[in-house]
Every structure is written in C-alpha cells, then in structure tokens.
Design a protein around this ligand. Structure first.
Ligand SMILES: CC(C)(COP(=O)(O)OP(=O)(O)OC[C@H]1O[C@@H](n2cnc3c(N)ncnc32)[C@H](O)[C@@H]1OP(=O)(O)O)[C@@H](O)C(=O)NCCC(=O)NCCS
Length: 181
C-alpha cells in the first residue's frame, strides 16, 4: 500500500477519493472510451470507479494496482495507469493506461507503461506482463511497441464493446527481456 514512484516528468501514486473529478474529465469523453466496454461515464460512474479502485487496493491479497498519473510540473492529474495480477502461480500481470486527451501525443503513456512494467517486474516479481488493445487503437499499439513489448497475435472477438465484438492485439514482455533493457 501507499506506493509512489516516478520518472522524468510524472509521478504515479495510489488513487484517492478526490481523484474522481479528474478521472471524470477524461472518462466522460467519447474518444477516450471509444475502444472500451465502458463509458462515456456519468459523474456517478466516475465516482463508483474510484470507490472500486480504493476497495480493491484494501483487499488482503491485492491483485489490482491503479495509479493516478501526476504531472511533476504543476501537479495536475492527467490519467491513470493500472497493473493487474492475472495469475499468481505463473506470475503473470496485465497493464493498461488512459491519458487525458489534453496531453495526448506527448509521450506520457509511453512513460507510464515503462513505469508499470518496471513495477511489475521489480515490486510484484512477475515473470510475464501482457497488454491487449483494439487493432484500430494506433496510439496504444504504438505505446506497446515503443516500450519493447512483442506482438504475440490477435485474439478474435475478445471483448464486447458498444459497437459489437472487438478483436484485440496481444503484446507481452518477459522478465529476462526487461532486465536486459
Ligand atoms: C492510447 C493512449 C494511452 C496514448 O497516449 P499518449 O500519451 O498520447 O501516447 P504517447 O504520446 O506515449 O504516444 C506513443 C506513440 O504513439 C503515437 N500516437 C499516440 N496517439 C496516436 C494516435 N491517436 N494516432 C496515431 N499515433 C498516435 C505518438 O505520436 C507516439 O509515436 P512516436 O513516438 O512515434 O511519435 C491515449 O490515446 C489514450 O488514453 N486513449 C484512450 C484510452 C486507451 O485507449 N487506452 C489504451 C487501452 S489499450
């Protein structure tokens, strides 16, 4: 609990109840949840999301780690990054991230993905970290490629989103590959 870590321009810290307003800034926008099963959020949905994140963080055997992304420069919360333990026996985790559109294409998601992967291997002692994204989500697949994840393939009709069944591209990185970075 209480994890905080940072890179050049951002800090990742545990999400707090007050963050719902900043979450709502982006989670209420169509273009942010275009490829997701959820959203655009009502205020209540953004509050419920943060409440659930806090409940999950308090669990005895915690498997969900959601961090608020804070800009070092002026302390603004510009998105969230998440790592989930998917299989503790085989030490597998999954990462995901969202950035407020005001800050798109400035390299922030790439910085966040790097921090999450590093947290997964160093703190959570994972062996394999994966991520999935909609094949149309060019920004997200560029992030996964830039951090050195390998494309494993395409999962057909993986998730039901607003406009029907959605395929996903599957990317991963292994402990020994990351340590070589
Ligand atoms: C996907 C997302 C996280 C990317 O965030 P970002 O901070 O803009 O990403 P980065 O700035 O690190 O971009 C990485 C690369 O992708 C490119 N890129 C980002 N968005 C792009 C877009 N919409 N179209 C084309 N290229 C894009 C950047 O230019 C950069 O490439 P470069 O280094 O070759 O110039 C952001 O668009 C977002 O939050 N989307 C909504 C939520 C979402 O889809 N999350 C991912 C779920 S799988």
């Amino acid at each position: 609990m209480g994890d905080i870590f940072n890179s050049e321009r951002i800090i990742l810290r545990e999400m707090e109840r007050k963050d719902w307003k900043d979450v709502h800034q982006y989670a209420s926008q169509d273009k942010v949840c275009q490829y997701q099963p959820w959203g655009p959020n009502s205020e209540q949905e953004s509050k419920d999301f943060v409440e659930q994140v806090i409940l999950d963080a308090e669990k005895d055997h915690r498997s969900r780690f959601v961090f608020a992304i804070i800009l070092k420069e002026h302390g603004e919360m510009i998105g969230s990054g998440e790592i989930n333990l998917r299989d503790s026996t085989n030490r597998v985790g999954e990462i995901a991230y969202i950035i407020n559109p005001k800050y798109w294409k400035m390299g922030f998601a790439t910085e966040v993905a790097n921090l999450l992967i590093s947290y997964g291997f160093k703190q959570l002692k994972l062996h394999r970290i994966f991520a999935t994204c909609d094949p149309r989500n060019i920004g997200s697949l560029r992030v996964l490629e830039k951090v050195g994840m390998m494309k494993e393939g395409r999962i057909r009709e993986h998730i039901l989103i607003k406009d029907g069944w959605r395929d996903s591209l599957l990317y991963s990185v292994l402990e020994q590959e990351w340590n070589g970075n």
